[in-house]
Every structure is written in C-alpha cells, then in structure tokens.
Design a protein around this ligand. Structure first.
Ligand code: AMP
Length: 498
C-alpha cells in the first residue's frame, strides 16, 4: 500500500515524499482512511509507530477547505508534555509545508503574548498542553467553539500526569459535532471510560499490541548491587563492555535525584552525559534534547518524562539503571531503541529488590529476558517476591496504599518520582488521609460525607500549565478536591444542609 492509496491530496503527497516517507506505517494505513471519512478514531499506538503523521495528514486535508477566524482555531491537538507538543509542531512544519497554515504552540515556558498574537490572527492548528490551553481560555483569549478536529495524544500519559480533569474541562468547551482522534499506548480502565465518553462510534486501530517489545531489540538483564555507588560502577562496567557499539544511549532512572546524580557521576568519569527530567526548565530541556539529537551528548540520563515522548529515531542503546516500577514503562523505555526495524540493545540493571518488578515485566512482555553473566536462581527470585509480599502485609497503612494505588513505591517514599505507580502510591496516601478526614466529617455531617467521591483525585496543582506540564501529580500534594477542580455537585447543599 502506498500513501496515494490512502486518498491523500497532491499537496499532502508531495510533503510526505519530501519528508522521505516511502510507505505508510501500520497505524497510518489503518487510521488515515477512516479519519479522512470524518470518523472518530481510537488508535492504540506508541511513539515510534508513525502515529503523529497518522493524525497530522488527515488534519491537513481537512484544513485545505475553509479558513480560521480570529481567536477561533479550527483544530486542537492536546499533548501531555512540552517536548511532545514541540515535536508535533515540528511535524507540521515538515508535513504541512505545502499548506500555508497558522500553527500556534501553546506550552508553558514560552511567551504568552506571542502565543496570543498567533491565536488573534486566526490559528488553523493549536498544539497545546492542557494547562496552558486553559490559561489562555480563562484569560478570554480563545474560543473553542470552532474546533472541527480534536486530537488527544498519549492519553495514558495524560492520565499518569493527572491531566484528565483538565481534559474533561476542555472537551466540554468544544462543539459536540467535532471529529475526535484519540491515541494511547495502553488502555487502562480509566482511559476506556474516557473513550466511551469522548468518542462517537470510533474506528479502533492498533499498531501493535502495546505490551509487545520489538523483535529487533536485544534485551539483557545484569545483576547489580543495591548500594548506589557500587551500582553506578556496575553501570559503567556494562557501558564499557559495549562502548564500541554505542552510538548513543538513554539511561533511565526512576527518580529525578538519581538522574541528576548519575549524570554528574558519569560526566566526572569522562562520559559525555546529559540529564533530562521534569524539574529542569524548558530551555534547559530543549537544549539538552537538541544536543542529544545532534550527537553532542552521547548518554542521556532521563526520568520517565522522556520515556514516551522523545522522537529520536536512532538510539542504539537503552540502559535501565533502575528497573521501572510499572511494567508498561519498561516497554515504553526500551521502545526508544530498535525502532523502524533497526537493531537495538536494552540492558537492565537488576538488584534483588527488583525481582518482583522484573517478574511483572516478563509477564507483560510474555517472555523471559536473558541474564548476562551471573544470574539469580528461580528460587531466589520466588523467595524475594514472596518475602516482600509478607513484609508489605504487616503495616495496615502500607497495605491499604498498595491495594488502592497499585504497586507501592519501591522506596516507600510515595510521590517522590515521576513513575505512574509512585504517583498512584501518592494518591493512595492521599486516600488514606482523606478517609480519616472523611471519617471525622461523617461523625459531624453524615449526609455531606456520603457524597465524597472515592476514586477521583485532584490533579497536580491547579492546572498543568501553571505547575509545569510534565511535572507529574506525584510531585504535587495528593489530596482532595481543590479550587477549580471541585465538582459542582459537591458544592451544592445536600439533604437540607445549608
Ligand atoms: P511518531 O511515532 O509519530 O513519533 O514517528 C516516529 C518517527 O517515524 C518520526 O521520526 C517520523 O518522522 C517517522 N515516520 C513517520 N511515518 C513514517 C513513514 N511512513 N515512513 C518513514 N518514517 C516515518
């Protein structure tokens, strides 16, 4: 199948050819035809699958007809992080070069006034992180009633980062007649509920099962000590063993602090390393990313903020300095290598504390990852897993947190880092506190307490834009509803209360 077979216009086909795309990827083959028919699309696809073009190309076709009016953009793309939004902006520059479109990028850390000026002139495309978009809307600089196509990209990442309430607010501001293209790498239950509400009779398309890892990736496990200094030495040993093969590498760590320390340490030992995590300002992050793309930095030490969004087609190696707490993150992390049929290598350092997480990863990807060098016995792994389970059962509080929020944080410090599970653990902690408060309130006001929702959580800060879009909710205090996230039904008096 060629791009021409997909029913794209001459202008679009020219831009696609100039971009060097020869044949459509699986997700493009499946998503573009229904999107061109105006249908809603639910796409299960990861970064690297070509999903950006899968929504950009049909949007370009739609935008060939009609034009934007002042402050009334015609299409909206929501992205969870500034980096992803900037990448989609770049894709429009390349794929939309034959179309004279006005594209506004609404992300934190970039001049508000400049963004407003583009909107005032009439933007064809808005690419935004949810927080910054709401900021513009709340300042009265933007009308969303002219949106013809909405794209929600990396929905599961939005969920991880606590953006779903923002997205729900935004969707309510859009016309119901819009077309919605919705992409997610995984489909947790919360995302399934969202798709049921946001999409109308969607056509579901899938690039590859979200739990699978590319066959072109050589995956390895290496036993590592728990103690950080010795573990850093182990990482250097692992790197040195394949130094000649490494063109560039991403080294993932679970905590921002670890990212910083590790990057500094590698640098000190003579490795060309840079750090990337959510606490760095926008300028620093874009600069580091660019250096990595340009090959000025060989080793990019990153937290999971970078795991899904980076569009770097040529990473030769991924190192997991820490085993990710959530098995899906393993798939996303190592998906940075072995892309588009290329060979890639993914090496994971495993301490005895990680055996349980490792078992979950192998279960998810449906295969055993081979050990390089020394390997623990199956009994050791089984004993470590069951031993820790017993430990966790002891303190009643910890058990509650684990049960409600999924995997408890490996360190026990809930909310310390960017991972989904740590965030959930932080929320679970919040749940515990909330439950106590609720019990106290129930004694006083039984009716009001009965209406406190069990599952919903306030997002990080008020909106992502104000707090930095890619700072996950884990870094913000978990707790009850605050400010503008308080649902109206909770504010209403109940059962005669005044
Ligand atoms: P994405 O999954 O959208 O982040 O795309 C990953 C990479 O694949 C980007 O560098 C795209 O430019 C590239 N790409 C997208 N579609 C194609 C295609 N049909 N042929 C070759 N490369 C592509």
């Amino acid at each position: 199948m060629t791009f021409k077979d997909l029913g794209l216009s001459e202008k679009v086909l020219k831009a696609v050819a100039d971009a060097g795309y020869k044949t459509p990827t699986e997700i493009q083959k499946q998503a573009i035809p229904p999107a061109l028919e105006g249908k809603d699309v639910l796409g299960l696809a990861q970064t690297g699958s070509g999903k950006t073009a899968a929504f950009v190309l049909p949007m370009l076709m739609r935008l060939e007809r009609g034009r934007a009016r002042a402050r009334m953009p015609r299409t909206l793309i929501l992205e969870p992080t500034r980096e992803l939004a900037a990448q989609v902006h770049d894709a429009f520059k390349i794929l939309g070069k034959e179309h004279k479109l006005k594209v506004a990028l609404l992300i934190g850390g970039v001049s508000f006034d400049e963004q407003s000026r583009i909107i005032d002139r009439g933007a064809d495309v808005l690419i935004a992180t949810p927080g910054r978009l709401l900021d513009h809307f709340e300042r009265g600089r933007l009308l969303l009633t002219g949106i013809e196509i909405l794209v929600i990209d990396e929905a599961d990442r939005m969920l991880d980062m606590g953006f779903i309430p923002d997205i729900e607010r935004i969707v309510k501001l859009l016309p119901v007649t819009r077309q919605t293209l919705f992409f997610s790498a995984t489909m947790p239950e919360e995302i399934q509920h969202l798709t049921a509400r946001f999409l109308h009779l969607p056509v579901t398309v899938q690039a590859q099962p979200p739990s699978s890892t590319a066959e072109t990736i050589d995956q390895r496990l290496v036993m590592a000590p728990v103690e950080e200094k010795a573990k850093r030495a182990k990482l250097r040993e692992v790197i040195d063993a394949r130094k000649d093969d490494i063109r560039n590498a991403i080294i993932f760590a679970n905590r921002k602090k670890t990212v910083e320390i590790l990057a500094k340490s590698l640098h000190k030992h003579g490795y060309n390393a840079g750090a990337l995590h959510g606490d760095m300002d926008q300028y620093e992050r874009l600069e580091t990313l660019q250096k990595f793309r340009d090959g000025e930095i060989t080793y990019l030490v990153a937290s999971d903020v970078a795991a899904r969004g980076l569009d770097i087609p040529e990473v030769s190696h991924v190192f997991n300095y820490d085993v990710p707490v959530s098995p899906e993150d393993y798939v996303h992390r190592i998906g940075r290598t072995g892309r588009a049929g290329r060979e890639g290598t993914a090496i994971t350092l495993v301490t005895p504390e990680d055996y349980k997480a490792l078992v979950a990863i192998e279960k998810l990807i449906g295969k055993d990852i081979p050990w390089e060098g020394e390997a623990p016995s199956e009994e050791e792994i089984a004993a470590a897993v069951s031993g820790r389970r017993k430990k966790r059962r002891k303190p009643a509080k910890a058990k509650k947190a684990g049960a409600k929020g999924g995997e408890p944080s490996k360190t026990g410090k809930a909310g310390a880092e960017t991972g989904k599970s740590t965030e959930k653990a932080a929320q679970a902690d919040g749940d515990g506190r909330k439950k106590k408060r609720r019990r106290r309130r129930r004694k006083k006001k039984p009716a009001a307490a009965a209406f406190t929702p069990q599952k919903e959580q306030a997002p990080a800060g008020k909106t992502g834009g104000k707090t930095g879009e890619d700072t996950p909710a884990a870094d913000a205090p978990a707790g009850g509803f605050t400010g503008d996230t308080l649902p109206a039904f909770l504010a209403r008096p109940v059962n005669g209360e005044s």
